[in-house]
Design a protein around this ligand. Structure first.
Ligand SMILES: *Cc1c(COP(=O)(O)O)cnc(C)c1O
Length: 394
């Protein structure tokens, strides 16, 4: 029996050729491939600017810095995300708090956000940055979050690590219609990959320039922005404290090559989800929603054990699937329950919707190259698990 992972990359001959071509060229870093990849993704999303970086984590960090997040400031995100969505604010010296999820969409609840904003304002502060996460590739209620940003005066960074290829209303996620900056991840489990890699889109030339500086040591070679007279052709100036967060040329070439198949892959993910929707409907599972008015990139297909219909626990389901060589996973352990966050202000704090969801969730295999045969095996194993008596599940 072959192990079926929950997610994996697809690499074509064209991808291999694109990377090999770069390795034979003059530039392995800071050449033409990164700007080309940035242009391709910016155009795809309908954003004016794109800044490629070496991970989404780096992208989130410099997005926070570009928006001026610093000591004494507060950022809000959701508990139901990867730790990077929260850590980025702490890197900047800010503190983090969470907004609970909507139990149906599993995304930031705009209603809870509004309630929390009212309380915060009454206490005399508002968050400087709010980071909604398009969980599983399903876009958040950005119109509402954007309207609250206008009303209360905070910035919005979309963590779209799961959502390249998704649409919201008439536009692609990444067009920043209701946000300042959108961040994508190109980790191998995500929709398209550059091995490690990330990218920020924005409509603001100023924010793009700040992020370009920050990804490369805070250094500029732009004569118009120099503080000192030009000392010669070698002259550059460090204007800010930045990092080395650059993407390599090989990564960008791989990304450009992968991006040509993005829409096809998202369509395949929808076909896989349609088959799961249909063939799992009779099992005691809560299946994921897809909303009208948006188009999910379907990074994840998450089912929840329906406690009202089965006594089988999530742990039993997970272990039985793994035993059958199905690489299920769990997304996510609520960030506020991590020991680091418990020790940094979150002890005794509860976000009930995220915690309840976490106790029931299992991510099934979902990736563009998942074969119909392998998906049929996943479904058959699930059916079997729910038909055998649970005491016989070791
Ligand atoms: C994967 C992921 C990240 C981090 O992406 P990297 O490119 O691995 O740094 C951040 N947020 C979410 C929601 C993710 O899924």
């Amino acid at each position: 029996m072959v192990f079926i992972p929950y997610g994996r990359q697809s690499i074509s001959e064209e991808d291999l050729q694109a990377v090999a071509d770069v390795l034979r060229s003059d530039y392995l870093t800071q050449g033409p491939e990164v700007p080309k990849f940035e242009r391709a993704i910016a155009d795809y999303c309908g954003a004016a600017h794109a800044v490629a970086v070496n991970s989404a984590t780096s992208g989130l960090h410099i997005a926070c810095l570009a928006l001026g997040l610093g000591e004494g400031d507060v950022a809000w995100t959701v508990p139901n995300t990867f730790v990077a969505s929260a850590n980025c604010a702490i890197y900047c010296g800010a503190s983090v708090d969470f907004v609970d999820i909507d139990p149906v969409t599993l995304n930031m609840s705009a209603r809870r956000l509004e309630e929390k904003l009212k309380i915060a304002k009454a206490e005399g502060y508002v968050p400087k940055v709010v980071i909604p996460v398009h969980f599983s590739g399903l876009p958040c209620d950005m119109a509402k979050i954007g309207a609250l940003a206008q009303e209360y005066g905070f910035h919005v960074i979309e963590d779209a690590s799961h959502a390249i290829g998704a649409s919201y209303g008439n536009g692609k996620v990444g067009n920043c219609q209701h946000s300042d900056i959108t961040i994508f991840s190109f980790h191998p489990v995500k929709i398209i990959t550059t091995a490690e890699g990330g990218l920020a889109t924005t409509q603001s030339a100023e924010l793009a320039r700040r992020m370009q500086d920050l990804r490369s040591h805070g250094i500029t070679r732009d004569a118009a922005r120099m503080a000192k007279p030009n000392e010669g052709a070698w002259h550059y100036e460090q204007l800010d404290l930045g990092f080395n967060y650059r993407m390599t040329e090989m990564q960008a070439a791989l990304g450009s090559s992968q991006a040509t198949r993005l829409d096809e892959w998202v369509a395949r993910r929808h076909a896989i989800a349609d088959a799961y929707d249909k063939k799992l409907a009779h099992l005691p599972l809560i299946l994921p929603v897809r909303e009208s008015g948006s188009f999910s990139a379907l990074h994840l297909y998450v089912v929840q054990v329906d406690e009202t219909k089965t006594s089988l626990t999530r742990r039993q389901l997970f272990d039985a699937m793994r035993k059958a060589e199905i690489g299920v996973n769990v997304h996510y352990i609520p960030v506020h329950t991590q020991p680091y966050y418990r020790e940094n202000g979150m002890a005794g704090v509860s976000f009930p919707a995220s915690e309840a969801y976490y106790s029931r969730c299992v991510s099934l295999p979902m990736f563009a190259s998942l074969s119909d045969e392998d998906q049929a095996r996943v479904i058959a194993v699930l059916e079997h698990i729910f038909t055998v008596p649970e005491h016989s599940l070791a």
